[in-house]
Unconditional design. Structure first.
Lengths: 666, 176
């Protein structure tokens, strides 16, 4: 504990805190922009500067640590003027088309301007001209970038993918992949963590709302929608609920009101995934134990960002991935086969929309592998944020909606499916089923939660020893099954490096591309609640515990699906519809060369002017005029004229500089 | 430092040799923190410039993200990602040279050579750049062509300065 003074009030603060944190704990808010607690505290934007007695310059509150006896002022005339100038300078190179920006009213830069009371923009001048770099999953509009570098931190330090980095220098600085390559052509996993932290509209998920509105308005199409587990504990935040509030029933009601024909649940195919993936795992373990070729550990494949990451970074290790498609593409494939046949609809007249906490799912549906019988499995992916926008724009009062149910046959799920949305959940769901299949007994953990893998640590592990199995699985008697769980691509890289060296002790690994799993996915609402992770996590565990059926193999509709349509798990039809293969891409995308860039939507197309050179020398006459000037005399005169003009401009510049100096000294 | 141009004329073997040389350099520096600039610098001397493929090679072998390598390359004006001319003209635009007319020298050179800053003439002889103070403020406005510093340059001297290099080039062309 130290004693200090903030704004003439004596306050106490813990050692090691920054001025920003100490002030916040004493209920003083310091305006800030690039600051993102625990994630990005780099003092880049300088908006949070404060006066510290004894310090020569203003100090950034987010990076300066408190000291005993420190005297800090956060709100003086000087600071207010300083912040305004900083803001206006940033504004001077920001595309100011706020009214037509997706982040209008959710933009942190806009909110800051209001907070600082900025009423004018005094600095007019050259602006950076950028084109829009659109890919199937993420769209970059660098004319809106304020260079806060939060995305660089998210990409480089949290995910350790290092796709985005500052390129060029000074006025030309741009946050971009190497050499300005389009994001759709590099090793970006499309996890979308950058779109969550971006304070402005510079980085965002590529919107699918227009496509979905069109489909809903087309009476010829049978519209099918499905919701991922993590969406139901997060979308409420967009309508004023606490993080983690379970709004599953309201969500189903909202989708009915939006006009979808069938409201299905990705949870249903999460249950199905457990059966398929569990079968695959048992098969691989059996092969390994009986001396047949088998690739272990097997790794989950539900997270398309993780899949793209491993295809780029570890192209030789793809055999470790489960061949199961992700649950939502499974549901798409089944909707357009099993369900379409049962209601006698041509799959080509069916439009499947997935509501996902994820931007990478937008990429996943564009993969060549995610097609069956000439149809894309899923036609459009909406992020949680996009669906919230659609509900609002349709005039639906979400808060007062009654609870409604999902439709059958693809809408029913067990508790095991709910926890697919959080780190450790897929593993726990798989263990609940696999253990019971092998031994005929329930998983021996209190409340069915595999405690060692519950929580938010980067890499968690557990071991389960099989004793007394049913006769079919006698070969597993006494075997200790080792599992590991990680979320976020940094942890995934560690486990993959272990595998690459042949040192991995595990049989089964669960990887989710985003830290903490889908609950913190790249398509989720942007939250500034410190405990948002824990709250969403608790929401999903409660959803699981609220259900009578909590093991995937108990889902009656899954049983019915196998009995009526698929036959056996891992069978021929399963393989056609529910399994896939992967593509070797390479760290520089050199192995596949596939591009996921797209033209920006026509509505976003702007007149793009060629980027001006910003080097010291002023613009020269265009080349054509240079050639036109034939007469040497004329050329000479023009040159002399240009020289004199240049001299005049220089002289004027010098006068201005001197004026500035005089004004300052006076 | 000499900037060799092996970009256009180099055959497959030249390129392979250059990559092998660069691989050796990377081995020397690999485990030293903060040695990326040095490696890039030497690589540019060997290869002439730093195209994307070479940056990928360096990123992979040094285990540094490509975006970071490209970030450093694009930050420093000394590094080039496009083939460079046989001779590099660097006009100083540091404060002293700027005040003494460096800007006009740049404008005039642009006009004479028909290129913008950072570009290379069609015949591959000159690359035009500006420098931020080359430490010859007493000789302002100063300009460098490769290693040679020209003092108190003005528009009228440019033709004779450039002709030295042009003549050499023509002779070489004839010899070829």
């Amino acid at each position: 504990m130290i004693n200090m003074t903030i704004n003439n009030q004596p306050v106490q603060a813990d050692d090691g805190l920054t001025i920003m944190e100490a002030a916040l704990r004493n209920h003083i808010n310091i305006p800030n922009l690039c600051y993102l607690k625990d994630i990005h505290q780099a003092g880049v934007c300088r908006i949070c500067v404060v006066e510290v007695e004894g310090a020569k310059n203003l100090q950034a509150a987010c990076t300066t640590h408190v000291r005993d006896g420190m005297v800090v002022n956060t709100n003086t005339e000087k600071i207010r003027r300083y912040r305004k100038v900083l803001y206006e300078l940033m504004l001077s190179d920001h595309s100011q088309d706020c009214l037509s920006c997706l982040r209008n009213q959710t933009c942190e830069f806009q909110a800051l301007g209001k907070l600082l009371g900025v009423e004018s923009s005094r600095f007019e001048g050259k602006r950076s001209q950028y084109h829009i770099d659109a890919s199937v999953a993420i769209t970059r509009d660098m004319s809106k970038c304020i260079l806060c570098r939060r995305c660089v931190t998210a990409c480089g330090e949290i995910q350790e993918t290092c796709v985005l980095a500052p390129q060029n220098r000074g006025f030309d600085t741009e946050i971009s992949p190497a050499m300005g390559l389009p994001i759709g052509t590099v090793d970006c996993a499309f996890c979308g963590q950058c779109t969550v932290v971006c304070p402005v509209g510079a980085l965002r998920g590529t919107t699918a709302t227009d496509k979905v509105w069109d489909a809903l308005g087309n009476s010829k199409l049978r519209t099918v929608v499905q919701i991922a587990p993590a969406v139901r504990v997060a979308i409420g935040e967009e309508f004023g609920f606490e993080p983690g509030a379970r709004v599953t029933g309201k969500l189903a009601a909202a989708l009915h009101r939006l006009g979808f024909n069938d409201i299905f649940d990705t949870n249903f195919t999460a249950d199905l995934t457990i059966i398929e993936e569990g079968t695959e795992l048992l098969h691989r373990v059996e092969n390994a134990l009986t001396g047949k070729p088998a690739v272990l550990p097997m790794i989950t494949s539900c997270s398309p960002g993780w899949i793209k990451f491993v295809e780029h970074q570890f192209p030789e290790q793809l055999g470790h991935l489960s061949t199961c498609k992700s649950p939502h593409t499974m549901l798409g494939a089944l909707a357009k086969s099993y369900y379409a046949e049962s209601i006698d609809v041509n799959p080509e007249d069916m439009y499947v929309v997935s509501v996902m906490p994820c931007t990478a799912k937008k990429f996943e549906i564009a993969r060549e592998e995610m097609r069956n019988r000439n149809c894309q499995n899923v036609d459009a992916v909406l992020t949680t944020r996009e669906l919230a926008e659609m509900i609002k724009s349709a005039g639906i009062d979400f808060k007062t909606l009654p609870d409604e149910e999902f439709d059958n046959p693809l809408g029913m799920s067990t508790g095991a499916a709910d926890i697919f949305g959080l780190t450790g959940g897929v593993m726990e769901a798989a263990l609940r089923t696999v253990y019971e299949l092998i031994t005929g007994r329930e998983l021996p953990f209190e409340n069915l939660h595999v405690t060692p893998i519950v929580g938010l640590d980067q890499v968690k592990e557990a071991a389960v020893t099989i004793t007394d199995p049913v006769p079919k699985y006698e070969f597993l008697n006494g075997v200790t099954v080792r599992v590991a769980v990680t979320s976020g691509l940094a942890g995934a890289r560690k486990l993959m490096e272990q595998i690459e060296k042949g040192e991995s002790p595990y049989h089964f690994i669960e990887v989710m591309g985003c830290p903490s799993g889908c609950i913190m996915g790249g398509g989720q609402p942007r939250s500034r609640d410190e405990n948002v992770r824990a709250k969403r996590l608790a929401g999903l565990y409660t959803e699981d515990e609220s259900k009578t059926l909590r093991k995937s193999h108990e889902n009656p509709f899954v049983e019915e699906l196998y009995a009526k349509y698929l036959g056996e798990a891992g069978g021929h039809l399963s393989h056609e519809l529910l399994h896939t293969h992967y593509v070797k891409r390479g760290g520089f995308n050199e192995l596949s060369g596939l591009s996921y860039s797209i033209d920006p939507d026509p509505e976003h197309k702007r007149k793009v002017q060629p980027r001006e050179h910003s080097h010291g020398a002023s613009a020269m006459p265009a080349k054509s005029t240079r050639e036109e000037q034939a007469s040497p005399q004329l050329l000479e005169l023009t040159a002399e004229n240009a020289r004199l003009k240049g001299e005049l401009a220089d002289a004027n510049e010098t006068i201005e500089i001197l004026k500035g100096v005089f004004n300052k000294t006076n | 430092m000499s900037v060799q141009n092996q970009s256009c004329a180099c055959g497959e073997t030249d390129q392979e040799r250059a990559y092998a040389q660069i691989a050796n350099i990377i081995d020397l520096y690999k485990n030293k923190q903060g040695s990326l600039i040095q490696v890039l610098h030497l690589s540019q001397e060997i290869y002439g410039y730093l195209p994307l493929e070479l940056q990928e090679f360096i990123a992979k072998n040094m285990d540094i993200p490509l975006s970071e390598v490209a970030g450093v390359v694009s930050f420093y004006s000394f590094f080039s990602t496009v083939p460079r001319g046989k001779h590099t003209i660097r006009v100083c635009l540091g404060t002293a040279c700027y005040v003494r007319g460096g800007k006009r020298v740049v404008e005039n050179l642009q006009q004479k050579l028909g290129i913008d800053l950072g570009e290379t003439t069609k015949d591959g002889i000159f690359t035009l750049e500006v420098a931020r103070c080359i430490g010859s403020c007493g000789l302002a406005p100063a300009m460098m062509i490769d290693e040679k510093v020209y003092k108190q340059v003005n528009v009228n001297k440019l033709d004779s300065i450039l002709s030295d290099y042009n003549d050499n080039e023509e002779n070489e062309v004839i010899n070829l």
